[in-house]
Design a binder for this molecule. Structure first.
Ligand code: SAH
Length: 219
């Protein structure tokens, strides 16, 4: 097994200090998770050395693994607790799911591309993230089978917050999603308080589109 080394550990330390703390992410649990998860093992071998740079990286199926800072900022905003059950929409490489797995009790992650789903599931198992359950389906409809969730994190850009996801939030639960047009979005946080949904706006961002029933059409 490789897979970690002093080289990559140093790269993670630098990433957390210069890209994440500097931009204001403070939660020590989040910083620790970003220091721990071997991000270079979530990208293709030829890109491993670039994995800790301050930008998203390409993965298969024309998708991307998000920029480290965005992963940290979204995770801090979601604020999962050790007892939380969390749903992620958009498994991609599985990196964000691995970060969540260090902070929550159970993580469900949904992906629509079979190849990405299979690869991420295999990778998370190999790296011992056994508390992550990978699901192949249209995540714009959430994942009813394990609802309700204390946290829902959407990692693909949506035209609006999918109604199905709001319905799968626990009372007190929090949803974080990028919402906007196909190319530009803003992070939105919704907190469910009984029948009320409190909405806050966060930082501008750019995600690949959420494609599906309550997302964008395929083309
Ligand atoms: N969280 C990922 C990066 C997400 S990229 C990581 O850490 O690597 C966005 C992902 O959302 C892509 O893999 C894309 O295929 C997926 N996606 C887009 N629409 C989706 C949908 N309706 N349901 C599930 N996954 C979707």
């Amino acid at each position: 097994m490789i897979p970690d080394s002093d080289y990559f550990k140093q790269a993670r330390k630098k990433m957390v200090k210069e890209q994440i703390r500097k931009r204001g992410v403070k939660d020590p649990r989040v910083l620790d998770a970003l220091l721990t998860v071997p991000r270079h093992l979530f990208v293709e071998k030829s890109l491993q050395k670039e994995a800790y740079e301050d930008r998203p990286q390409p993965i298969a199926e024309e998708q991307t693994i998000s920029q480290p800072y965005i992963v940290a900022a979204m995770t801090e905003w979601l604020n999962p607790f050790p007892e939380s059950r969390v749903l992620e929409i958009g498994t991609g490489s599985g990196y964000q799911a691995a970060v969540l797995a260090l902070l929550a009790r159970e993580v469900y992650t949904v992906e629509r591309h079979r190849a990405l789903h299979l690869e991420a599931a295999e990778r998370l198992k190999r790296l011992n993230f056994h508390q992550v359950i990978c699901v192949l389906s249209d995540g714009s409809l959430g994942y009813e089978a394990a609802a309700p969730y204390d946290g829902i994190l959407v990692t693909a850009g949506a035209p609006h917050i999918p109604e199905a996801l709001l319905n799968q939030l626990n009372d007190g639960g929090v949803l974080v999603a990028p919402v906007g047009d196909r190319r530009h979005q803003r992070l939105i946080r919704i907190t469910r308080l009984g029948d009320e949904f409190v909405r806050e706006e966060g930082t501008p961002c750019r995600f690949v589109p959420l494609i599906g029933n309550q997302g964008w059409p395929e083309k």
